[in-house]
Write a protein that binds this ligand. Structure first.
Ligand code: NDP
Length: 343
């Protein structure tokens, strides 16, 4: 099978298309024919070595496809995997995230990471919804349960997570102030439900946010940008507001003295990760099912901004890192081609 494997960490050039044996599904896992694989910023962190993994590594942690074969039953009869196992068979359409190896024609995925994809839902949309959709879901429903009247600041609002987060926050009745770097991205953020959009590439988002909130600040800042926005994000909060620092697209935030939280108004700071919000099988299925249902019903719009052939994974990373992309990026298998790229 074809797969994008890295044997060393580094820039996009380390992403190599290789011919590898089709992997064998072990106990409690399934072999999936991958139809679409999600490209996420976390893949960049693994490629760079910022997040550690054993090499060689087939990159990619999200996908959707069809089950080819289910591995043997797990040895322990009471194990969670057994109950999960009974619910999956060859031919089923499934989606997953937080399991390595999706930049490939076939992937072996633990059964307890799989969720069923309803027959009417396009596998590309399913692959595009899992990681970023569940992230937006937990940030707006669990990290904080947003409600009507809340005001939030969403950075990089035209990105993969950003567009979904903006939609969910607006649907919950929050006023969304968005930041983006270009006019094209501003239009997308507005379409997703942002009330106001700040072009933070050319203006001071802290000053603008304070102006838009009559000097009060916002209830929550969702910051995925990190290094270049962190300090000002804290300054945009009302007293006792919350900063959800959930990413570091511009680089890691340097060491920080917690006394700053006190000085700036008894603020809350969290550095959440999706894994903590889908820790149990129940939480994963509830969150994923809700997101996939919303997508199937058209309540949540997933913008697949760019698709690439598997062999072009390096270009997909370059485009993501250079802020050229909007919405979701997918790598498609040989049958699902339709290369759109950046045109
Ligand atoms: P995006 O589609 O949001 O792409 C990143 C965006 O960040 C860019 O398009 C750009 O938007 C903005 N950006 C600002 N500064 C930079 C910079 N210096 N370099 C690159 N991009 C920059 O990516 P994702 O939706 O995949 O992920 C967004 C972030 O969320 C990532 O940091 C990711 O790691 C994190 N994440 C965290 C999760 C969690 O559970 N904690 C789960 C999923 C994602 P603009 O041009 O408008 O500034």
């Amino acid at each position: 099978m074809k797969a994008i494997q890295i044997t060393e960490t580094g820039g996009p050039e380390v992403l190599c298309l290789r011919e590898l044996p089709i992997p064998e599904p072990g106990p409690g896992t399934a072999l999936i024919r991958v139809h679409a694989s999600g490209v996420n910023f976390i893949d960049v962190y693994y490629r760079e070595g910022r997040y550690k993994a054993e090499l060689p590594l087939v990159l990619g942690r999200e996908g959707a496809g069809t089950i080819e074969r289910v591995g043997e039953a797990v040895a322990e009869p009471a194990a969670q995997g057994c109950a999960v196992m009974a619910s999956f068979s060859p031919g089923d359409s499934v989606a997953w995230c937080e399991a390595a190896g999706s930049y490939a024609e076939y992937a072996v995925v633990p059964l307890d990471k799989l969720v069923a994809v309803a027959p009417g839902l396009d596998l590309k949309l399913a692959a595009a919804s899992m990681l970023q959709g569940m992230t937006a879901h937990y940030l707006t429903h669990s990290t904080v349960a947003l409600k009507r009247g809340d005001t939030v600041l969403v950075h990089a609002a035209a990105g993969g997570v950003g567009l979904l987060l903006t939609q969910m926050a607006a649907q919950l009745g929050a006023r969304v102030i968005a930041t983006v770097s270009t006019e094209e991205k501003a239009a997308l953020a507005r379409e997703a439900g942002a009330s106001e959009v700040i072009l933070y590439s050319g203006s001071d988002f802290e000053a603008e946010t304070m102006r838009l909130t009559d000097g009060q600040g916002v209830d929550v800042v969702y910051d995925s940008v990190g290094k270049t926005t962190f300090e000002k994000s804290l300054n945009c909060l009302r007293a006792r507001g919350l900063l959800a620092l959930y990413g570091a697209s511009s680089g890691a935030v340097p060491p920080f003295d917690p006394i700053q939280l006190s000085v700036k108004g008894s603020l809350f700071l969290t550095r959440p990760a999706l894994g903590s919000y889908i820790k149990t099988r129940e939480e994963l299925t509830e969150r994923a099912t809700e997101v996939l249902d919303w997508v199937a019903q058209g309540k949540l719009k997933v913008r697949i901004g760019h698709t690439y052939a598997l062999a072009e994974a390096g270009q997909a990373h370059r485009d993501l890192e250079s802020r050229k992309t909007t919405g979701k990026i997918l790598l498609l298998d040989q049958t699902g081609r339709a290369h759109v790229g950046l045109g």
